[in-house]
Design a protein around this ligand. Structure first.
Ligand SMILES: [Zn+2]
Length: 315
């Protein structure tokens, strides 16, 4: 059994809201076929991912964040330009480079800081949200309201990547084979600088990384360490880290999360769970639980129906 098959039931069991794992590395294709139209788009039992996954552009509506990171949608999302001086968007075929304008602006700032603080040519951007948010066919439980973004832990190369490379190129694994620490051949002070720059952004509430990366940051961070409280160990963040911002000011329909505890989360006790053998090397479930039925529109805020129905924003 592959690790991926083991991990999926485990993530479902744990009810995690962040389910990017090995499949964050899945390759794309430059000639992705558009999805066929749905026979019964009004069937209330239809998976909401079927509806949101068919939207190619954001809703032409003012920006509104509706619901929670793992059950919601977004109106008036903004696209991150696929090329900037200090960033490039990967896996364009997934069409997941849409988000709230606040996180789009934040990524541009972070890209610039990665260039200045870490000396990287720039950063590579993985999944943000679909044009109208909502659940996705693959990969994530969260990323539904345009407030989450995945950043590769591989620096941007010093050239513009081709369309094909953006689908095919793999990020670099940061974690040692025994899963107990980072791989010092690939995890550099530049990585710390980039992750710290993300955590220092006041609107960033959580940054998800593999537990071995958290352990390394705890060991290596010098000076002011208060930002470490935002760094949260999470499954599946071996190749990329994940930024989550708070509900933007005035977004009354956005459902936020409590602030993380103020402690650094660096003690042996804090990290113990993540380094238990049963977590590092989970055993296959003897009888895998039945997959959960897909999220329907009934699980999302009612206003998400209007987001789906709205015309496409002009680009
Ligand atoms: Zn993510």
């Amino acid at each position: 059994m592959t690790p991926r098959l083991v991990l999926i039931p485990l993530l479902i069991l744990l009810g995690l809201t962040e389910a990017t794992a090995a499949w964050a590395q899945d390759k794309g294709t430059i000639d992705a076929k558009p999805l066929p139209p749905l026979a019964n788009p009004n069937d209330p039992k239809i998976g909401a991912k079927e509806l949101f996954g068919r939207k190619v552009l954001p809703a032409a509506l003012p920006t509104r964040v509706l619901g929670f990171y793992a059950h919601g949608c977004i109106a008036g999302a903004e696209g991150l330009p696929i090329n900037g001086d200090t960033w490039q968007v990967m896996r364009l075929s997934r069409n997941r480079y849409w988000a709230h304008p606040d996180i789009v602006a934040l990524i541009k700032r972070l890209a610039n800081k990665a260039h200045e603080d870490a000396g990287w040519p720039g950063i590579l951007i993985g999944d943000m949200s679909q044009p109208r948010g909502g659940p996705m066919f693959t990969g994530h439980a969260s990323h539904q309201v345009g407030l989450d973004a995945d950043i590769w832990l591989t620096p941007m190369p010093n050239r513009t990547l081709s369309r094909n490379e953006r689908e095919d190129m793999s990020a670099v694994m940061m974690v040692r084979d025994d899963r107990l620490d980072i791989d010092p051949r690939v995890f550099t002070p530049g990585h710390l600088a980039v992750i710290r720059a993300a955590a220092l952004e006041p609107t960033v509430q959580r940054v998800f990384v593999n537990a071995a990366i958290k352990k390394a940051l705890c060991r290596e961070a010098k000076g002011d360490r208060h930002w470490l409280s935002k760094i949260r160990p999470m499954y599946g963040h071996d190749y990329h880290f994940h930024i989550r911002i708070k509900c933007p000011p005035g977004a009354n329909e956005c459902e936020g999360q409590p602030e993380p505890a103020e402690s650094e989360g660096c003690s042996a006790k804090d990290l113990a769970y993540w380094f238990k053998d049963s977590v590092l090397h989970p055993k296959p479930h003897p009888k895998p639980p039945k997959p959960k039925p897909p999220m329907t529109m009934a699980s999302l805020p009612a206003a998400c129906k209007a987001v789906l129905a709205a015309p496409d924003a002009k680009q």
